[in-house]
Design a protein around this ligand. Structure first.
Ligand SMILES: Nc1ncnc2c1ncn2[C@@H]1O[C@H](COP(=O)(O)OP(=O)(O)OP(=O)(O)O)[C@@H](O)[C@H]1O
Ligand SMILES: [Mg+2]
Length: 264
C-alpha cells in the first residue's frame, strides 16, 4: 500500500473521530471532554504526566471502558464500543502492557492462540492445520517486515523486543485499521525499543494508524506525526511534531497550556 502523505490528505479526512469523551471514577474526573481525530496512516503520540488520563482515554477507544459522555465515529459512522471484541470488529486493536503471549509456545502457536486453524485427517478427524498456520505466519511476518531468527523456538527464549513484535503481529492477523499501544517501549532496552519503532514505522507505511502512549519524548519525536498532550484529564493541544521542539512539549505537559504552534 502506498505511503499516506499527510500533507496531501484532504482536510477533515479521518479514520477515528472522538468528540467530548468524559470518564469519571466516582468523584474523580479522569477524562474531561477530550476530542481527537486520527487520520489514516498516521502515528499520533499521546503524552502527559502520570495520572493525566491517557490510559483512561484509550480504554474508551479500545472498548475496555464505556465513556460517560461523548461520541465516536469510525470513517464518519457513529460507533458505540461496549467491549474489546466490538472494537476489534471496527478494526481497532490494543496492545496492552501484558502482552498475552504463552512462553512455552512458538511464534505461530502464539499468533494463532485461541483461533487455531483446523483441517480434517482422512477427511474426518479434526486436527490442527500446522502447515497452514506456519505458512500464514510466514506471510504475516513478511507482510509487516518482521524478521525473527527462530520461529520454531518457544517465545520464552526471545528478547523483549521480539516478544513485543510477536504480540503486535498477533493483532495484525485481523484486519486492523488502528493500533493502540499503551507504553509499548517502557520495559525495553535502547536497541529493542528502536526495533519496535521501526515496526511501527513500517505499519504506518502500510496505511495503518497508530495511537501510542509514551513517556519517552525521544521516541515520540522519532515516530509520531502528531503529538497530543493531556494534563489533569484535559487535552492541552494536538500539534504537528515538526512544528514543536522537545522543550515546548515538556512545557505543555507541565503547564497544561498550549504553545504557540500551528495545529491541525
Ligand atoms: N480504575 C480506576 N479507579 C479509580 N481511579 C482510577 C482508575 N484508573 C485510573 N484512575 C485515576 O484516574 C486518573 C487518570 O489515570 P490514568 O491511568 O488514566 O492516567 P495515565 O495518564 O495513564 O497515567 P500514567 O502515565 O501513570 O499511566 C488518575 O488520577 C488515576 O488515579
Ligand atoms: Mg497510563
Amino acid at each position: 500500500m502506498a505511503f499516506v502523505d499527510q500533507a496531501k490528505q484532504p482536510k477533515g479526512r479521518s479514520l477515528l473521530s472522538v468528540r467530548g469523551l468524559c470518564k469519571s471514577y466516582g468523584g474523580l474526573k479522569a477524562v474531561k471532554s477530550v476530542s481527537l481525530e486520527i487520520r489514516p496512516g498516521e502515528v499520533v503520540a499521546l503524552v502527559g504526566d502520570n495520572g493525566a488520563g491517557k490510559s483512561s482515554f484509550i480504554k474508551m477507544l479500545s472498548g475496555v471502558m464505556m465513556p460517560d459522555e461523548g461520541s465516536m465515529r469510525m470513517k464518519g459512522a457513529e460507533i458505540k464500543l461496549t467491549s474489546p471484541a466490538d472494537a476489534r470488529n471496527f478494526g481497532i486493536e490494543t496492545l496492552h502492557q501484558h502482552l498475552g503471549l504463552v512462553d512455552v509456545f512458538n511464534v505461530q502457536e502464539n499468533i494463532f492462540l485461541g483461533r487455531e486453524l483446523q483441517t480434517k485427517r482422512f477427511g474426518i478427524f479434526p486436527v490442527l492445520d500446522r502447515a497452514k498456520m506456519r505458512s500464514q505466519t510466514a506471510d504475516l511476518l513478511e507482510r509487516i517486515g518482521l524478521q525473527l531468527p527462530e520461529v520454531e523456538s518457544p517465545v520464552r527464549a526471545m528478547s523483549g523486543g521480539q516478544r513485543q513484535s510477536i504480540a503486535i503481529a498477533r493483532l495484525l492477523l485481523n484486519d486492523v485499521k488502528l493500533l493502540i499501544m499503551d507504553e509499548p517501549m517502557a520495559a525495553l532496552g535502547v536497541d529493542e525499543g528502536r526495533k519496535v519503532l521501526e515496526l511501527i514505522d513500517s505499519l504506518r507505511e502500510k496505511g495503518l494508524s497508530v495511537l501510542i502512549i509514551s513517556h519517552n519524548l525521544e521516541h515520540v519525536f522519532t515516530i509520531a506525526d502528531r503529538i497530543a498532550v493531556m494534563k489533569n484529564g484535559n487535552l492541552v493541544d494536538v500539534v504537528d511534531t515538526k512544528a514543536v521542539d522537545h522543550d515546548q512539549v515538556v512545557s505543555m505537559i507541565v503547564s497544561g497550556r498550549p504553545v504557540n504552534a500551528p495545529t491541525h
